[in-house]
Design a protein around this ligand. Structure first.
Ligand SMILES: Nc1ncnc2c1ncn2[C@@H]1O[C@H](COP(=O)(O)OP(=O)(O)OP(=O)(O)O)[C@@H](O)[C@H]1O
Length: 262
């Protein structure tokens, strides 16, 4: 995936939300995007997926610039779960496989296994409205993974989960995407999650108040390091990276409150 000098101004807006954004993500890499609320992270995912077109520069996914082709290559997990309210949880997840022409029976069997692994097996026949936001979000994650697209774009995919479930699903997600060729671009507000699930953490930020956001810093992440989560969280280098990312985010907050870059 290649974003070259990408910029976007929403219709009617006075200034671009993103500008001069250059980012190259090789096939199979996992990138976490962090940045303060409103800096343009969701917009970035929509631009990659072809749902929104750049007003300057270009976005290519698997060397394709055409928006419909970009969308074809991407499984987009937007904020909120976007499950279909009239389908059961099982059929919501199985739909990804049905779209790949898997038979109904095989699709439902695989969807059930996925729900079981995410602790949702007993809710397979429930409708989304009967479930908590965290349960719906796990089902949406299952659906996105089973779409088996080359690129997974996930916007705060674990944001609605409680701390314990979130840690478990992070561990599960690390295992699930290990060894696959899927490219992941994930937006998260959780710095530990970014460092655990990605090989590269990218900070999207404005360098002046009212300026568009761009990539201002990157850090290597710990995806691929097989040590248990608790060990990684206690690792000195991990703690240093966490501190650096948090400090960079805090500088952004300072700007948003009217300070100057420091
Ligand atoms: N469809 C739209 N039309 C006009 N402006 C929009 C639209 N979508 C988003 N924006 C604006 O673009 C900016 C970036 O929004 P975006 O949702 O991409 O930020 P974000 O970093 O994902 O925020 P959060 O972390 O809170 O989800 C915001 O100022 C927002 O108001």
């Amino acid at each position: 995936m290649a974003l070259d000098d990408l910029g976007h101004t929403y219709p009617g807006a006075l200034r671009p939300v993103l500008a001069d954004l250059t980012l190259s993500v090789p096939v199979g890499e996992h990138v976490a995007v962090v940045g303060r609320s409103g800096c343009g992270k969701s917009t970035l995912l929509s631009l990659i997926a072809g749902l929104v077109e750049p007003t300057t520069g270009s976005a290519r996914v698997l060397d394709e610039a055409r928006p419909a082709r970009r969308l074809e290559s991407c499984a987009l997990m937007p904020q909120g779960d976007s499950l279909l309210p009239w389908l059961t949880l099982l059929d919501n997840v199985a739909i990804s496989l049905r779209n790949q022409r898997v038979s109904r029976r095989a699709a439902r069997a695989e969807a059930q296994r996925m729900l079981d692994r995410l602790g949702l097996g007993i809710w397979a026949d429930a409708r989304p409205a009967a479930l908590s936001a965290g349960m719906r979000q796990r089902a949406a994650l299952a659906r996105a993974l089973l779409a088996r697209k080359p690129v997974l774009l996930a916007d705060e995919p674990l944001g609605a989960l409680d701390a314990i479930t979130r840690a478990e699903v992070q561990q599960w997600l690390r295992q699930s995407i290990t060894g696959t060729s899927a490219t992941l671009v994930m937006v998260t507000h959780d710095v530990d999650e970014a460092l655990l699930l990605a090989e590269r953490v990218v900070l999207l930020a404005r360098q002046e108040l009212d300026a568009p956001a761009r990539v201002v810093s990157t850090w290597p992440g710990w995806f691929g390091d097989d040590r248990p989560r608790e060990v990684l969280l206690g690792d000195e280098a991990f703690a240093t990276a966490r501190r650096e990312v948090l400090q960079a985010l805090a500088r952004e907050s300072h700007l948003a409150e009217g300070g100057t870059a420091r």
